[in-house]
Ligand binder design. Structure first.
Ligand SMILES: CC(C)(COP(=O)(O)OP(=O)(O)OC[C@H]1O[C@@H](n2cnc3c(N)ncnc32)[C@H](O)[C@@H]1OP(=O)(O)O)[C@@H](O)C(=O)NCCC(=O)NCCS
Length: 154
């Protein structure tokens, strides 16, 4: 049985094209995580109508394993991680943390990028501690029931 890419797989961010669209839309979080992030098909559709947004598929060893959507309002500037997920089958292999370093590297290249934001659903087993482990800190701001965190980019 194919268990997918191993933990030591090289992680990359790839453009979403006609060739990988369906594979990215098929990626899913675990059933108990469904309240934490929209389905990728919804996020990709929203990207079509968002003026300033950037999305990529997360790959491990050439296989799609996750998805990222970033809101990048360069004039503000405000860089906000809008959606982030690793397929439930491939979680816990370090892909989420390594792909996030690539996202952070990308944000650093954007105009006047001094910080990056995310907001999360506060729930047991939710992603707060994942973000905290990457250096994000709570800001105390709440958006429609989600709590905001901020990463300072040095
Ligand atoms: C959050 C998520 C992206 C993490 O991806 P992942 O590939 O499983 O994470 P990694 O294997 O890279 O884990 C990195 C570290 O974070 C920790 N971690 C991961 N998910 C965690 C969670 N839910 N709670 C606490 N710690 C977590 C890991 O234990 C690991 O810690 P370590 O470095 O001390 O070993 C993934 O669990 C996911 O897609 N969740 C559902 C969707 C979601 O909540 N998205 C965020 C929306 S704001």
């Amino acid at each position: 049985m194919d268990n997918g890419p191993p933990p030591e797989a090289v992680v990359t961010l790839e453009e979403i094209t006609a060739d990988n669209l369906r594979a990215v839309m098929r990626l899913e979080v675990k059933a108990e995580q469904e309240d934490y992030v929209a389905p990728n098909s919804v996020s990709i559709a929203e990207h079509c109508f968002a003026d300033e947004a950037w999305m990529r598929a997360i790959y491990a060893e050439g296989e799609p394993v996750g998805f990222v959507l970033l809101s990048e309002k360069r004039s503000a500037p405000r860089y906000y991680l809008w959606r982030y997920m690793i397929d439930g089958r491939y979680q816990g292999r370090g892909f989420g943390a390594r792909a996030m370093q690539l996202v952070i590297d990308y944000v650093r290249t954007l105009p006047n990028a001094t910080e990056m934001y995310v907001s999360y659903v506060p729930a047991p087993g939710g992603p707060r501690d994942f973000y905290a482990g990457l250096g994000f800190v709570d800001t105390g701001v709440e958006h429609e029931g989600e709590l905001e965190m901020k990463l300072t980019l040095d």
